[in-house]
Design a protein around this ligand. Structure first.
Ligand SMILES: *Cc1c(COP(=O)(O)O)cnc(C)c1O
Length: 376
């Protein structure tokens, strides 16, 4: 068996004709940058997100950076961010000379702990960047209440949760990325909606802010050679847009396949001692960018990972070194802070293979290999 963490080739094989044609059309037109495919994709992605303004850009990290740049924050302003996340979320904050203020995460859902946000708010706090980690939304209702009370911007990092649905306590629903002031996402190949290179996008409620983000992504201009604000060069190229136009048609099937695989894992792992399967909150669907277990501390997680590898079963640790232990971010820490949940998760999480092409047979092999290790 050749089990993969993600199977982009298997997924491509099923849509290759459409994708190849899309790429060929771009080559024939030679509109490699800002071709009609980009406009079309922005429109399609907007339609998929209840008609919200979409500005595409070069990658998910840039999306976060441009979003922050659009808010006119000043050096030293504080931005609240979960400490258990991919580095990009905090990186752009520090890069813009803003101050990342780390908050620990919820042990069940792995998203920012809503009970620890308010104690971190100071007069310099300007924004919160919740991350919808592994594919399920943070508790946006509470986050939006806190933000509104303290007059803070909210930027949702939706890189791992495109298409997840959030349900408010009044029963209203919203698609991930459309709840805060700006949502950002990534089309990195292995993301749930991945292109064949780098890509990203922002979802922006306010029309003026959307125009501004579009300008920032294009050297601060809306008319060529008229640079009204300082921007950067961050564009989704036409070929990536052509690929995404095809793949976006299948996103619900892709999420469905991931959810089905997660249900099978849940079933197979139900009574396995020492293994905690991912919990789904009652306010968000889960699109399983990752299927992440928490392994009991009595089990040597790293030995388990090595054992699985020996059986041909890949697994990953997201993330092995928490941000507050990274050299680049040590100086950002406020003294006396500690993050026990994140600390523990970095030693106990293990993500199993999950992708759109995974078969039940492969999943059974993954789980039987895991059980074999536990019984040793
Ligand atoms: C992937 C990812 C990003 C960055 O996206 P890129 O397209 O790789 O720049 C940001 N935040 C999170 C949570 C991610 O998973």
């Amino acid at each position: 068996m050749n089990i993969k963490m993600v199977d982009l080739k298997g997924q491509y094989d099923k849509i290759s004709e459409e994708v190849n044609k899309g790429i060929q059309d771009v080559i024939n037109s030679t509109s490699f940058i800002n071709g009609p495919q980009v406009k079309e994709f922005n429109k399609n992605l907007s339609d998929y997100h209840s008609g919200i303004n979409v500005v595409s850009c070069a990658n998910g990290t840039d999306a976060l950076q441009i979003a922050l740049m659009s808010l006119d924050l000043k050096p030293g302003d504080e931005v609240i961010v979960p400490v258990h996340t991919y580095v990009a979320t905090a990186e752009v904050i520090a890069l813009l000379r803003l101050k990342p203020i780390f908050v620990d995460v919820d042990p069940d859902f792995f998203t920012i702990d809503i009970n620890q946000i308010e104690e971190k708010i100071t007069k310099n706090t300007k924004a919160i960047v919740p991350v919808h980690l592994y594919g399920q939304c943070a508790n946006m209702e509470v986050i939006m209440q806190i933000a509104s009370k303290h007059n803070l911007y909210v930027i949702e990092d939706t890189a791992q949760a495109i298409g997840a649905i959030y349900t408010f306590s009044n029963g209203k629903t919203a698609i991930a990325g459309t709840i805060g002031d700006i949502g950002t996402t990534s089309f990195f190949p292995s993301k749930n909606l991945g292109c064949y290179g780098d890509g990203g996008a922002m979802f922006i409620k306010d029309n003026e802010l959307a125009k501004k983000c579009h300008m920032i992504a294009n050297h601060g201009q809306s008319i060529k050679y008229h640079h009204d604000i300082i921007g950067c060069n961050s564009r989704l190229d036409s070929m990536q847009a052509a690929i995404l136009n095809v793949k976006l048609k299948y996103i619900d099937d892709y999420s469905g396949a991931r959810q089905k695989a997660a249900t099978i894992y849940n079933e197979l792992l139900k009574d396995v001692f020492g293994i905690k399967t991912p919990k789904v909150s009652d306010f968000s669907t889960h699109v399983y960018h990752q299927y992440t277990l928490v392994v009991d501390e009595s089990i040597n997680r790293n030995d388990l990972k090595t054992f699985l590898k020996g059986k041909g079963v890949p697994s990953m640790i997201y993330y092995p070194i928490p941000l507050h232990r990274q050299k680049a971010y040590e100086k950002e820490l406020v003294s006396g802070e500690n993050f026990p949940v994140t600390e523990r998760l970095s030693n106990t999480v293990l993500s199993l293979p999950i992708h759109t092409e995974l078969t039940r047979e492969e999943q059974e092999f993954v789980v039987s290999s895991l059980i074999e290790f536990l019984n040793k």
